[in-house]
Write a protein that binds this ligand. Structure first.
Ligand code: GDP
Ligand code: ZN
Length: 310
């Protein structure tokens, strides 16, 4: 047994052969040497891992806090992809993510419901609890707010998802966002330009501080595209990832598609044919429900679009 008198932190991002570990709001440069207590056989340390570090007497040569990782805690969740080349071997990319925050903007760019549906499937596959953020509401005349709620009705009412209308610029909705992020680990995703960084920067300058550290140590080397953990001041973390497409959860097989449209399920049982693709078959209960307005037509369009891509 190793004696774990040390500090408990979260692996924020790789830095060369080492790691930046967040202990509350403080960042430590951590090496891995000697015996590390690791409970899993896959990738030893990944972003999001909860680790125990033992501080070193001296700071790094560039003056940063220095420590050694001595223990990795068991992972609650993992996002992974199959490692290239080696059949079936899984490569863990991020550990311990619980939620998927799907961030879009009200305009500039307009939100895209087809993409929201895709992300919802990814959340389902990755066992992440999804919520939706619509940012840049300050650019919308308040008289049109009800139209937005109408347009997103299927998510708010039928799928009962949290939908947060936000302005990272004015601060409207930031309390609601803070509440949903508090104490949890959230992967943020969405197209670029919707305001993900602006949102997070309202809470903390952690991204800038990690950026400055990385810059200092990786000068001249190509810039990192790794995932980054941003610790929030009130507890909880946000995982900022260059693109969730690289996670296996974005790959879909045709047969499983209908199961990711959960509101189709009660109807699908009444289709004449089983299995039914809900496209060309006669007496399809899903199509009938779309016609009757019981299934949202646009969700059905998403379904058809996705089906076409498989
Ligand atoms: P990211 O690519 O998702 O990280 O988006 P950024 O945070 O870099 O924001 C992209 C652009 O949108 C920047 O010019 C921001 O100033 C702007 N922006 C972000 N949030 C808001 C907002 O709530 N309202 C308005 N009007 N502009 C915003
Ligand atoms: Zn059908």
């Amino acid at each position: 047994m190793i004696d774990h008198k040390g500090l408990r932190g979260i692996v924020a991002t790789p830095i060369g052969p080492n790691w930046i570990v967040a202990v509350d709001q403080e960042f430590w440069i951590c090496g891995v040497s000697g015996v590390v207590d690791v409970p899993h056989t896959s990738t030893m340390i990944v972003v999001g891992d909860v680790v125990w570090i033992e501080p070193e007497q001296d700071r790094t040569e560039l003056g940063d806090l220095s420590a050694n990782i001595v223990k990795v805690e068991p992972r609650i969740t993992v996002l992974s992809r199959k490692a290239a080349g080696k059949a079936q071997k899984e490569q863990v990319l991020v550990a311990n993510v619980e939620q998927l925050g799907i961030v879009m903007s009200a305009t500039l760019p307009d939100y895209n419901k087809r993409l929201i549906d895709r992300y919802l499937i990814a959340a389902d596959k990755g066992d992440l609890e999804p919520f939706i953020v619509i940012n840049k509401m300050d650019l919308i005349d308040p008289q049109y707010y009800p139209d937005f709620e109408d347009d997103l009705h299927v998510y708010i009412e039928q799928l009962a998802l949290p939908v947060i209308f936000l302005s990272a610029k004015s601060g409207t909705g930031m309390q609601q966002l803070q509440d949903i992020l508090a104490g949890r680990s959230t992967l943020l995703t969405g197209p670029s330009g919707v305001g993900k960084s602006s949102m997070i920067n309202r809470f903390t300058d952690a991204r800038q501080r990690v950026g400055a550290i990385s810059e200092k140590y990786e000068k001249g080397r190509h810039t990192t595209t790794a995932s980054l953990v941003i610790p929030l001041p009130g507890g909880g973390i946000v995982v900022d990832s260059p693109g969730i497409r690289e996670f296996g959860i974005f790959e879909l097989e045709a047969g499983e598609l209908p199961f990711y449209f959960e509101e189709f399920t009660p109807y699908a049982a009444h289709c004449k044919f089983a299995p039914c693709s809900h496209t060309h078959e006669p007496n399809c209960a899903v199509k009938a429900a779309v016609k009757a307005g019981e299934i949202d037509e646009e969700r059905y369009v998403s379904y058809l679009n996705l089906k076409e891509t498989l």
